[in-house]
Design a protein around this ligand. Structure first.
Ligand SMILES: NC(=O)c1ccc[n+]([C@@H]2O[C@H](COP(=O)([O-])OP(=O)(O)OC[C@H]3O[C@@H](n4cnc5c(N)ncnc54)[C@H](O)[C@@H]3O)[C@@H](O)[C@H]2O)c1
Length: 261
């Protein structure tokens, strides 16, 4: 029987982790759930610990380089290493291109792209001497197709695809794998703090009800269902396992067939 056992492995996930933290904790990794919203991180880690799993909540603003470096130092002091880095923290603005502002472009590039570069460099500094480690960046179906409705988001995720391939090349000579996952559609709070979630904002701009838009989106997916955080977690777990030791610099679609490139 083939299974994935992460006993003794240390996983750092930015963004509260949603289903990704659950999957790694269930596979017996020690999971650090790092988020700007410390209460969300505490809630997630608390739920996992109640199930007897290993999870710790930490406050982290990924746009603050010094916070990233001090967190990496702290984990390495406590656990001796970081085996997996999952860059999941992200934001989105949902609005037509002609209403998009310079400030929105700057802030989304800061969170979705530059912070991933900083997290990868900080963690690679301790992975490279060990010649071991896995990094997974959460990209998007919007890494492969532009959108009038979230042009800044799509731009940041196209950039993150290039960054993932580039860091993957730099890390490969050190036996470190770097990959991306392109989720399709997951109903989460993405974009809510930036003015409204995707379906809510599409409804506001189109005049169609949220139920009609949700159903239209569902029908646009060949498998006719949205994805879940766990779907993304399962792919991340596979990419961090020895089963995927020869996979690097890739971006894997987990989108019910919505994208094929
Ligand atoms: N929801 C989808 O349909 C979808 C599709 C494709 C890709 N994604 C990607 O999945 C990832 C997770 O998004 P989600 O849908 O779970 O949304 P979410 O809003 O539920 O999760 C994003 C998390 O990132 C955190 N965050 C935001 N700014 C941060 C910062 N500066 N420092 C630290 N943490 C910060 C938020 O607090 C939040 O917990 C994102 O990278 C997103 O782009 C989501």
């Amino acid at each position: 029987m083939i299974g994935i056992d992460m006993t003794g492995r240390v996983t750092l996930i930015t963004g509260a982790g949603g289903g990704i933290a659950d999957v790694f904790a269930k596979a017996a990794a020690k999971v650090y759930v790092a988020d700007l919203e410390i209460e969300d991180a505490k809630a997630k880690a608390g739920q996992l610990r109640e199930k007897g799993l290993q999870a710790l909540a930490v406050g982290l603003d990924v746009t603050k380089k010094e916070e990233i470096y001090s967190l990496v130092d702290r984990i390495v002091k406590e656990d001796g290493k970081i085996d997996h880095l999952i860059n999941c923290a992200g934001i989105s603005y949902n609005k037509p291109y002609m209403e998009s502002t310079d400030d929105e472009f700057r802030s989304i590039l800061e969170v979705n792209l530059i912070s991933v570069h900083n997290c990868c460099q900080a963690v690679l500094q301790q992975m490279i001497p060990r010649k071991e480690g896995k990094i997974v960046n959460i990209l998007s179906a919007s890494s492969r197709m532009g959108s009038d409705f979230f042009s800044h988001y799509s731009s940041s995720k196209f950039g993150l695809l290039g960054l993932t391939q580039s860091i993957g090349l730099a890390a490969a000579r050190h036996n470190i794998n770097v990959n991306g996952i392109c989720p399709g559609l997951i109903e989460t709070g993405l974009g809510e703090k930036q003015g409204g979630g995707l379906i809510q904002q599409m409804s506001r701009h189109s005049g169609k009800s949220q139920d009609v838009l949700r159903e239209n989106l569902r029908r646009s997916i060949p498998l006719r269902r949205f994805q879940s955080g766990e779907d993304i977690g399962h792919m991340a777990l596979f990419l961090c396992s020895d089963l995927a030791k020869n996979i690097t610099c890739q971006a894997i679609n987990v989108c019910g067939g919505m994208r094929m490139n």
